[in-house]
Structure formats: C-alpha cells, structure tokens
Design a protein around this ligand. Structure first.
Ligand code: SAH
Length: 213
C-alpha cells in the first residue's frame, strides 16, 4: 500500500474544512499507520476512528485536526494531553508546541505509545501513567490542554491546571456521544464555545465517569 499517497489524499480531504496550515503540515508527515494495529493499517488514512486495543480508539483525523487547530499553538507552549492512547495526537502536538505532557491510564498503551514516539525521534514528549487526580498537576499550569476522552462535564480540576488565557478542548456529554467544547480560561468567567458533535471513549476517573456501568 502507498501510505504517502493515501496520507496526501487524506490531507486534501481535511483541507476542505480545516484551514490551519500548520496542523495540516504536521499531519501530512506523521505516519498514522505506525500508531495502529498491524491488521488495520490498510485503513490508516480513512477519515474514521480505529480500535487500538483495550476497548480504546485512535480518533478520527478530522476531529484530531479540529481539536489541534482550536488550541492555537505557536510553538512556544507547554501542552497537556489527557488520554495518550496510541500517541498519534501527541506526535502532532509535539510538532506544534514546545513541550507535550501526556497522561494515559492504561500502562500497556502508554508503553506502546512511548515505543513508537521514541522510534520517530520525538524528544519533547513526556508520557506519564495517570494518577488518581485528572491531568498532571506536577507540571501545571499549561498553555493548552486537550482531552481525548469524553467527560460528563467540564472537569474543574483540569481548568485549574490551565493558565489564564489558555485554551482547553474537551468532549462533554453522555458516555456515548458528546459535544466538543473549547474553553478559554479567563480571570472571571471562562469563554466556552461548542465546536459540534463528536464521539469519544469515556474519560475515567474522579470528576469523570466510573470504569464500568
Ligand atoms: N489521543 C489518543 C486517543 C485516545 S483514546 C490517540 O491519539 O490515539 C482515549 C484514551 O484516554 C484511552 O487510551 C483511555 O485509556 C484514556 N483515558 C481515559 N480516562 C483517562 C484518564 N482519566 N487519564 C488518562 N487517560 C485516560
């Protein structure tokens, strides 16, 4: 399979709605096929989410591009990702920000993501196994936070880890479908935009969903 051609096609398709050239440029050279199970690589450049094992998924490229663009990265930021999964989103962030801190609650996924990101040579990504508290307090505050799992509400504990003026993008809704929210933290009332419908696996933890239901 010609991954280069498939990737170029996907970027062309995304560029109809995604205007952020830097996001498209990053996605146009990151090999998504390395972040998914071997038996799915023929689907690597379809604009759809794919299973990555353990009941988790790598997000749809369009949603990834939309979320990344909404963070308004310039290259100087410290970004937190909640939900490392395959590591693909972290690679995109690493191209567009200074440092990426990413947390994952499933250690097998964190280990696999670390392996592929190291192989690709990323030096500005730190992967941590998630702790009881959502996010990663130790390196807060962040210029931007991206949550790649769906929450029942905007978790206050994550807003606390954001700088004033910082952007957070997070799916909020039921366990099965959500709306994508962009929050800009303000000293007083935060600004919240609804970027539209989406579907993510649940964000698990205190301030989010219980593991089983
Ligand atoms: N960004 C990923 C997709 C992640 S899927 C990618 O590019 O592939 C969502 C991930 O969030 C899953 O791997 C799930 O295990 C993880 N997750 C769920 N709740 C979490 C929490 N509280 N902290 C960290 N990771 C969490």
């Amino acid at each position: 399979m010609d991954f280069e051609a498939a990737r170029a096609n996907l970027i062309k398709h995304l560029s109809v709605e995604i205007e952020d050239e830097k996001v498209l440029a990053a996605m146009s050279h990151i090999p998504r096929e390395l972040f998914i199970p071997q038996d799915e690589i023929h689907l690597a450049y379809e604009d759809r989410p794919l299973p990555i094992g353990f009941g988790q998924t790598i997000s749809q490229p369009f949603i990834i591009a939309l979320m990344t663009a909404s963070l308004e990265l310039t290259g100087e930021e410290k970004v937190l990702e909640v939900g490392t999964g395959s590591g693909y989103q972290a690679a995109i962030l690493a191209e567009l920000a200074k440092v990426v801190i990413t947390v994952e609650r499933m250690s097998a996924l964190a280990v696999a993501a670390n392996e592929v990101l190291s192989k690709l040579g990323y030096k500005n990504i730190k992967i941590h196994i998630a702790e009881h508290m959502l996010g990663w307090q130790l390196e807060a505050p962040y210029d931007a936070i991206i949550v790649t799992a769906g929450a029942p509400k905007i978790p206050e504990i994550l807003v606390k880890q954001l700088k004033t003026g910082g952007r957070m993008v997070i799916p909020v809704g039921s366990r099965y479908d959500q709306d994508l929210y962009k929050i800009i933290k303000q000293k007083k009332e935060n600004i919240v935009y609804n970027l539209g419908g989406c579907r993510f696996v649940p964000l698990i933890g205190e301030d989010a969903w219980m593991e089983e239901e």
